[in-house]
Design a binder for this molecule. Sequence first.
Ligand code: PGA
Length: 254
Amino acid sequence: MTKKTYIVGNWKMYCSPSEASLLVNRLKKEVGRVPADVEVVLCPPAVDLTTVRQELSEHDKFSLGVQNAYPMDEGAFTGEVSVAMVADLVHFVLCGHSERRHTFHERDGLIAQKVAATRRHGLTPILCVGETRHERESGHAKQVVADQLETGLSLLTPEEMGDVIIAYEPVWAIGSGESAKPGDAREMFEYIRKSLGALHGSALANAVPLLYGGSVNASNAASYLKLQDCQGLLVGGASTNYKSFASIIEKAAA
Ligand code: PGA
């Protein structure tokens, strides 16, 4: 079976529903045929999901994901949107994005609950892991990533582990214009496989798709996609520019 390549667009906190509708329509026109082994996932802000879902109703070029969701199904959690509430709209949930970890102080324990709730509702979690600049410079990058992986996946059953995606996104590379060197990303991918193997067995570890994220653009996308262990990209800034995102998708389809 050919492995899939995932191109995930994280729109962050950009686009009102009308802007989202415009962007998705431009993308539909700009993006050519998407081969069956490439899955393009759009992650707009939660308030745009219904609009984008409607825009995509006749199209199977793109899947939908949400940038964050709360693990409890419902309750007194002012301002939150639960995994249960978006389960009819999306197939993917970003869990533990670095902006959630660092700006909103999400801890690994809560991220693990989000990953587990995502699987419980039959959706695919994209667990984001990555070290800060200080952690890299002090030689702790691998340990940090290993800890995020171990706790983040700790509430899943072995069956649930079969449908998880990991995105390696060094914090210092996100939104900075300073992407990781492909060689460094490759080294971290190998380490992630090794850590997953130690935790969940090598068959599972080899099957988990690994994505790179952090200042990906149309010029550097191919240098990650050609890495043996890389099965896709998590794209932030460049995903809200329809021409750039379409060109990144083309690289994956090439
Ligand atoms: P960036 O963001 O591509 O703008 O660096 C990546 C992300 O948010 O996942």
